[in-house]
Design a protein around this ligand. Sequence first.
Ligand code: GLC
Length: 451
Amino acid sequence: MTPIPDYWRWFPEARFGMFIHWGPYSQYGRGEQVLFREHLNQKGYAENACRWNPGNFDATKWAGVAKNGGMKYAVLTTRHHDGFCLWNSKVTDYTAASQAAKRDFVKEYIEAFRDAGLRIGLYYSLADWRIPAYWEGPEYDPDGWEIFRDSVHAQVRELLTNYGPIDVFWFDGAWPHSPLEWKSRELVEMMRAIQPHILINNRLGKPHEHELAQQKESADGGAGAGESAELGDFGTPEHHITADPNRLWESCQVSTWRLWGYTIGERWRPADYLLDMLIEAATKGGNLLMNVGPTPDGELPAEFIRRMEKIGEWLRVHGEMIYDSEPGEVCEFITYGRQMRRGNNLYLIIRFWDGRDTMTLAGLETNVLKATLMTTGAELEFEQSADYVTMKGLPAQPPTDLFPVIKLECSGPPKPRNWAAKRLWSGDPRRMTPWAAERGTSIFADGKSRR
Ligand code: GLC
């Protein structure tokens, strides 16, 4: 990856952010895309949206939950694909400020989260399902498209002009139009002129095949999410955790089963599952943006708050290996859990606790100077030989119902033995030959040849 400027350092250091999908759709309790998926009557939906007045929205409470949960930033849907704006836009009156609520929720959010010391992200959907020209596109409705696209650019300008520094801008809904059609390059230039340090995601449109010849872009951006291979400062793998080798990245994930907006009766993923996603993202070198869909009245669901409390408590003890960690799997450990690296330290994140008083790590080359069970703070005795580090004196009961962590402080950056650098099914298989040959070379029990 090319080195990043200092003013972006905060992003990989932060590792953990809160994604908030909130808008008039939350009134239906069936996710953020209810208008489209249920092919609802557009007029009826718009009337409901204009009546939306979430009396219990208190941005300070949301910020408290995020902060207490160990999150360092947040991204709020300022407008989703239904086109309703949560801020006081002058481009339209289809906004929380002009309609029943008479409030600028984006302003309240930014002020409260900034006060709590969190970084600010704004999600903005390029798509607006209300507008025929959005569906027709420039080919079939060139005039309508231009008016629509200009309104999009004007709204992005508003969001970056009226609320002080914004740390992240999170586009979505570029499909089915290309960066050329959205004028994404010009959009990005305008944004950088207003806020030079902002981080912009990659969902700025996927080029059409016929446009590719004229550009450097390649076609392999994510189709559905309208991901651009060239534009954008960070990648946005959605519902999966896959490293982007070329730029910063952030996996966005739901804390429930599938939907982003508030959904009555949705299943919640357990706290250990959510925490494991964070650890997986960090160990692969990326961030986790974990979603919550607040209620129509403006509250974070209790299930979410409980999970954030547990994760936050865990992070207060173990956070040093999440924030600003380096991509981690050093040697063989995948069946036990995960590894994280930071400087000379190797962290073993243990998924299951089998009650034995020793644990052996195989394949670490670097000398261990000190071993600590971070979860309790207890220093552990250990023995190290060429291939093994055996830690002793582990408690019979798991010290946390999330993941216990052992920290190994090493004499240098942790490195694997040659055989352990790759996982099974990868690397040169012949590195294992000397190991097998220790027993002998034949198929007989004693390894000896019978000839
Ligand atoms: C998908 C969903 C959209 C959601 C987004 C978040 O694109 O369709 O509703 O806002 O993911 O990444």
